[in-house]
Design a binder for this molecule. Sequence first.
Ligand code: GDP
Ligand code: GDP
Length: 452
Amino acid sequence: MLPVVALVGRPNVGKSTLFNRLTHSRDALVADFPGLTRDRQYGQASYEQRQFIVVDTGGITGDEEGIDTLMAQQSLQAIEEADVVFFLVDARAGLLPADQLIADHLRKTDKQVFLLANKVDGIDGDSESAEFFSLGLGNVHQIAAAHGRGVAQLIQSALLPLEQEFPEMLVQKTAQEEELDAEEQLEKLQSLPIKLAIVGKPNVGKSTLTNRILGEDRVVVFDMPGTTRDSVYIPLQRDDREYIIIDTAGVRKRKKVSEAIEKFSIVKTLKAIEEANVVLLVIDAREGISDQDLSLLGFVLNSGRSLVVAVNKWDGLDTDVKDEIKRELDRRLGFIDFARLHFISALHGSGVGNLFESVDEAYRGATKRINTSMLTQIMKMAQEDHQPPMVRGRRIKMKYAHAGGYNPPIIVIHGNQVEDIPNAYKRYLMNYFRKALDVMGTPIKMEFREGA
Ligand code: GDP
Ligand code: GDP
């Protein structure tokens, strides 16, 4: 028996985005492509070491009259069956009458309701979500479902009271079991082609680059099924390696059915990132770094996928302009120290060939086998070189480390007080692991477990 969490709210508040985030298991990484069709209604979620069932109810429009017609039968039923209700509102759109109607209904149920103000990324969350207190549902939890912000804390506070009633919810795998799972995942990853998503905002040159890549190599292209909303999957063989290009610009489709240029879709881009092993983020040198670039970068970092950045349209620029652009990139992208940066011209082809060296390197890094003895040894060396600080008068002691997954590599560290390790020390550890393991192009994830 697992607890059931129901997602309710108006259409467009971000229910399916949250649903996808909660149900996106590691297996999705290696799901058969296109593999984009998942059950949108019920899903098994695994998040923050907890398993639960999540139900995405249809949107409630508020155009109908009366609460009975307003709430579709299935939404009402989902609320009845749920142990916890997540009621989503849109912090950007503000409080709307339909929110009020849903709240009226929820106040009458005896269910535990969590009010979530979604989409607080890039806005002043505190002031934009203040008005939702008037719904009378208590605390307003600020989240950004698309980026994952606030979701971990939410899951922890919402599910903690249910742990007694649903002990099965806690994913209690032993270190050995986790390591075996990771090994299995690695074997699957190694038997599949490298999925490379080419993403970027409109007009940065994604289609030009995709065509360039396909044109330069003699490729056998065969069509993959895909609806207009989905990306196009293009198998590509290059130096005896197999890839699948996830083309968000829809190059192949456009060529084939002479369709109008597809409009940029953030949903499509997010799906492509989730599906990929390596993401190639294209930026327009002439436009500088925009908020949209940074938010795409945020999605990539959050997904844990490997990353290569291509700064496109590097042709015909004066040296001083190039220097200025490089300085700006340094200033604004300095925080992604693991990703390789390439200056290319998709139009003329310069620099395009070298991209694949970094793509391969990033994939190698993401799937480089790591084992317990190696990780534990590196961890101990790091600990000897630089002791973790005391926290509330207690000494942090890391005991051993093992693999928890790949793409991104996950390092699980066991010990005493490890959950209290300060961020500065985590960064130190991360850099230590990166150097010692010699991996580039992929983020490394660390998880901390209390006790032996
Ligand atoms: P649903 O109809 O309630 O299932 O809503 P969706 O999950 O389809 O989301 C509606 C729109 O809001 C989509 O364009 C999402 O990309 C966007 N969205 C969802 N969550 C967030 C978020 O955290 N931040 C931002 N900025 N947009 C979001
Ligand atoms: P997409 O929307 O990201 O797929 O962008 P496109 O590939 O359609 O390119 C948008 C515009 O930028 C087109 O006019 C391209 O010719 C131009 N473009 C693409 N790559 C380059 C490049 O490397 N240099 C220059 N100067 N223009 C480019």
